[in-house]
Design a protein around this ligand. Structure first.
Ligand SMILES: Cc1cc2nc3c(=O)[nH]c(=O)nc-3n(C[C@H](O)[C@H](O)[C@H](O)COP(=O)(O)OP(=O)(O)OC[C@H]3O[C@@H](n4cnc5c(N)ncnc54)[C@H](O)[C@@H]3O)c2cc1C
Length: 462
């Protein structure tokens, strides 16, 4: 065994997986997990824990894996995380726990994410669930949104004995975990639903098809329905567009709409939900969402081009996602920016006009800003365009709640240490506060707000 290298992970062959929606990564088996766990140096002052937004005791769970004590490993993880099977699959470990691993200085870091996934999957297969021993507090807390921030906040509050109800606008629970991230990266039945079952097992109640701001307002939840505190975890689901000519043509989608049709309405399985299966699809953008939309379109049978205005180095998507997209045959048009979407006489997309870019001086984000090269316009023929340019919070909740402060990006303003908003008894976290970010940051914010809500409600008793 080469201790400088991770135990390789088994994956579906790129040619095969480009034609199916099965999970790409197959995970470790027991022997592989124990071998990988033996690479952990079990540092006293563990840097990996500092890199984890929910502070999992990483060396402790890995030590249990090394010794084959998988139940004990699960108990360690589930003290800090309500969604380990999700995080083990989609967290950007390279910039968090694994980015801080001492092994990474002179070789590859320990594969912490894949070990977390192994432990969570082992717990599913063996019927192991998180335990809760708290005394009931007889105090009602409402959680808005069933994404990672809401689930994490609800789980922690239930563990403390609160009577928690999650209100979800959609007919499925899980937020972006079900409607955004595709099946081939995060299986819904095998993983997301089971993690939600574990949150239910803690006693959390769920009300689907309930839009806060329409079905009830936050003020009504507090004044009429007896909730003593509210957590807002409503995400950032409103897509942005470029504002270029032709964006209203038929066959232009936001990545959110495209992915929702495929994931939530299962357009990839049957054609009852209309989805555009273009012969040639252009995806505009370079983040995780763009990679997901591109890889979904590929699996639906299209030739797929990504158009991104900076170079490969600045691609915001996870390295693993870009690597998988390339292996599967996605074509990257880098340093390229769209200027117009072209349509035929019936108003359907028939191409996209782009301009070549070069990198100039660094902007306020520290990245070199792209500058157009005059006279370099060219056209790519295509019959669908998917815009993946980021999202912002939907203003419904802020516009229907008295006294809730938002900033100019329409994000809810909170105190960082406990998620408290400008409105008494109302807390918030996740993408609704930060704008589009990551699963683990949303979970961390949900946990932090659960602590803030507990302190607030305990203070009210005195
Ligand atoms: C396609 C895609 C791929 C991604 N890939 C990754 C990845 O690989 N790794 C990673 O870490 N992150 C990834 N992200 C980002 C990550 O999923 C989000 O940062 C995270 O889900 C945010 O969690 P949240 O709980 O704040 O919000 P969400 O997950 O957006 O959940 C919010 C929930 O609130 C509900 N809601 C909204 N308004 C109301 C209302 N008025 N009343 C009731 N319910 C309401 C919504 O329906 C939704 O279910 C990805 C995002 C997308 C879109």
């Amino acid at each position: 065994m080469d201790v400088l290298k991770k135990v390789p992970i088994r994956e579906q062959d790129p040619k095969v997986r480009a034609t199916n929606f099965e999970e790409v990564c197959l995970g470790y088996n027991k022997e592989e997990a124990m071998e990988e766990a033996s690479r952990c140096l079990n540092c006293k002052n563990a840097q990996c824990v500092k890199g984890c937004p929910v502070s999992i005791s990483i060396p402790d769970f890995i030590k249990e894996v090394k010794e084959g004590n998988f139940k004990e490993a699960y108990d360690v993880i589930s003290k800090s995380s309500s969604l380990p099977a999700v995080c083990g699959r989609v967290c950007p470990q390279e910039s968090q726990c694994e980015g801080k691993c001492i092994r990474g200085i002179k070789g590859e870091p320990v594969s912490i994410g894949k070990l977390e996934r192994f432990v969570a999957d082992w717990a599913f297969e063996n019927g192991v669930k998180p335990t809760v021993n708290a005394e009931k507090k007889n105090k009602k807390v409402a959680v808005i949104g069933s994404g990672p921030s809401g689930l994490s906040c609800a789980g922690d509050l239930a563990k403390l004995g609160y009577d928690v109800t999650v209100f979800e606008a959609l007919h499925e629970l899980g937020g972006v975990l079900v409607y955004g991230i595709p099946e081939f990266r995060l299986p819904k039945e095998k993983v997301v639903k089971k993690e939600i079952e574990n949150v239910k097992a803690l006693g959390v109640k769920f009300e689907k098809n309930t839009i806060i701001g329409k079905s009830f307002t936050i003020d009504e939840l507090i004044d009429k329905y007896g909730f003593e505190a509210v957590f807002i975890g409503s995400g950032a689901g409103l897509p942005k567009f470029m504002g270029i000519p032709g964006e209203n043509a038929n066959g232009v989608f936001s990545a959110n709409e495209y992915l929702t049709r495929s994931n939530l309405m299962k357009a990839f399985r049957d054609a009852e939900t209309p989805i555009m299966i273009g012969k040639k699809v252009v995806v505009v953008g370079g983040g995780n969402v763009a990679m997901d939309a591109a890889r979904t379109a590929l699996r639906l049978g299209s030739e797929v081009h990504i158009v991104y205005r900076r170079s490969e180095e600045e691609l915001p998507a996870r390295v693993e996602e870009v690597h998988h997209a390339k292996e599967e045959g996605i074509i990257f048009n880098l340093l390229t920016n769209p200027v117009e979407i072209l349509s035929d006489e019936n108003g359907w997309v028939c191409g996209i006009k782009c301009i070549k870019m070069e990198l100039g001086e660094p902007d306020e984000s520290g990245r070199r800003s792209p500058v157009e090269i005059p006279g370099s316009e060219f056209e790519i023929e295509c019959d669908a365009v998917i815009m993946s340019l980021g999202t912002s919070p939907n203003p419904l909740i802020s516009s229907t709640t008295k006294g809730l402060e938002i900033n100019r990006r329409k994000c809810i303003v909170v105190k960082e240490e406990n998620g408290e908003t400008s409105k008494e008894g109302v807390f918030a976290g996740g993408d609704a506060v930060t704008g589009a970010a990551t699963v683990i940051l949303a979970m961390g914010a949900g946990r932090c707000a659960a602590k803030g809500i507990d302190e607030y409600l305990s203070g009210k008793e005195n």
